[in-house]
Design a protein around this ligand. Structure first.
Ligand SMILES: *Cc1c(COP(=O)(O)O)cnc(C)c1O
Length: 360
């Protein structure tokens, strides 16, 4: 059996070393005679797994002590609704940046609970650039400011953390968490579904400043409040134990490789190699303004879209899979999260060069 290079946007490829360790431990976790899947979430074995994963994530992201880390279910999409119902407090409006398809989904959900002020929209330029700070329109009455640092579908990334004054800054980091350093103290709340850059689908990480917990709307389900999860250390009900364990293995793997700093360098090399291949060859195009290009998700089109199907078929034969762009954007997209090795990107650019010279 041979593994392929999987460029899926999510669920994305996981490090082989992590899958091998999970395989080795699947029937009998460290002499307990049971699989992690079969353990009580309140037993000391799983508690040690849970605590270690949490401590490793805190170390990797340098998360200050006044922030809670929650391991929840429901994906990033559930957070689109949990953020407003927990953070609005007695305010009726919130600020949102509209920089792509995920921003739009977050905005649509927030609109059920409050008035949404659009700070800046990239819709007119088809999500290929982000307005400069002096053009942003922040609402002084907003309860918080929400943005999507990396738009997974459009391949659009913020340059730096937006300065929004003393309002809590909320970020959907689903496709950028752990790929580069962030100063967590600049945020009120961060959330991320795991299946891009953390682990398998099923667990969602929320990092929330403690003083923002406890202001949830009164008539919402307990499960939708950060308070219930924070008070119970993410064990208010049965957490996604196996996904939590796998995320922990990924954190350990990251630490062994040198942490987020080492990943940042590696991700930079991968992205530069891929974008330079696209830019240097007329056969390929990426429309995003350079400064705002994502280092995780690289959409690109072929000069002749009639060749899309052939491109995907030949790529697959070469062991390069899931390169089709999102159905709403078309073309191709290569997602190159932490687990994608440099050899994977090298193999892709070799194939792209070869394909263009034969068909271009
Ligand atoms: C994938 C993704 C989502 C949706 O995540 P789910 O876990 O499937 O709900 C939301 N936001 C961003 C930025 C994403 O990349």
């Amino acid at each position: 059996m041979s593994r392929v290079f999987n460029f899926s946007a999510g669920p994305a490829m996981l490090p082989t070393a992590v899958l091998e360790q999970a395989q080795a431990e699947i029937l009998d976790w460290q002499g307990t005679g049971v699989s992690v899947m079969e353990m009580s979430h309140r037993g000391k074995e799983f508690m040690s797994i849970a605590e270690q994963a949490q401590a490793d994530l805190r170390e990797l992201l340098n998360i200050p002590n006044n922030y809670k880390i929650l391991f929840l279910q429901g994906g990033a999409s559930t957070q689109f609704g949990m953020v407003p119902v927990n953070l609005l407090g007695n305010r009726q409006q919130a600020d949102y940046f509209n920089t792509g398809i995920w921003s739009k989904k977050a905005i649509a959900e927030a609109k059920k609970f409050c008035k949404v002020n659009i700070v800046s929209s990239s819709e007119d330029n088809k999500f290929t650039t982000i307005a400069k700070a002096d053009e942003w329109q922040l609402d002084p009455n907003a309860a918080y400011v929400h943005y999507t640092p990396n738009e997974t579908i459009n391949g659009l990334k913020f340059h730096g953390i937006p300065k929004v004054g003393d309002k809590p800054l909320v970020a959907d980091m689903s496709s950028i968490i752990l790929s580069q350093p962030f100063d967590i103290s600049k945020f009120g709340l961060i959330y991320a579904g795991a299946q891009k850059n953390i682990g398998p689908a099923g667990v969602t990480i929320v990092i929330v400043r403690e003083d923002l917990i406890g202001e949830a709307m009164p008539k919402i389900p307990t499960m939708a409040t950060y308070q219930a999860h924070a008070k119970a250390d993410s064990m208010y009900n049965t957490p996604p134990t196996y996904a939590w364990y796998l995320a922990g293995l990924v954190f350990k793997w990251l630490k062994e490789l040198g942490g987020v700093e080492a990943m940042t360098e590696r991700n930079k090399r991968k992205a530069e190699l891929l974008y330079s291949t696209i830019d240097d060859n007329d056969f390929y195009n990426n429309p995003v303004v350079r400064k705002y290009r994502s280092k995780m998700n690289v959409p690109f089109t072929l000069a002749n879209s009639d060749l899309n199907k052939t491109f995907l078929e030949e790529a697959k034969e070469t062991g390069l899979v899931t390169l089709a762009g999102h159905r709403s954007v078309g073309g191709m997209r290569a997602s190159i999260y932490n687990a994608m090795p440099e050899e994977g990107v090298q193999a892709l650019v070799n194939f792209m060069g070869d394909f263009a010279s034969r068909k271009g």
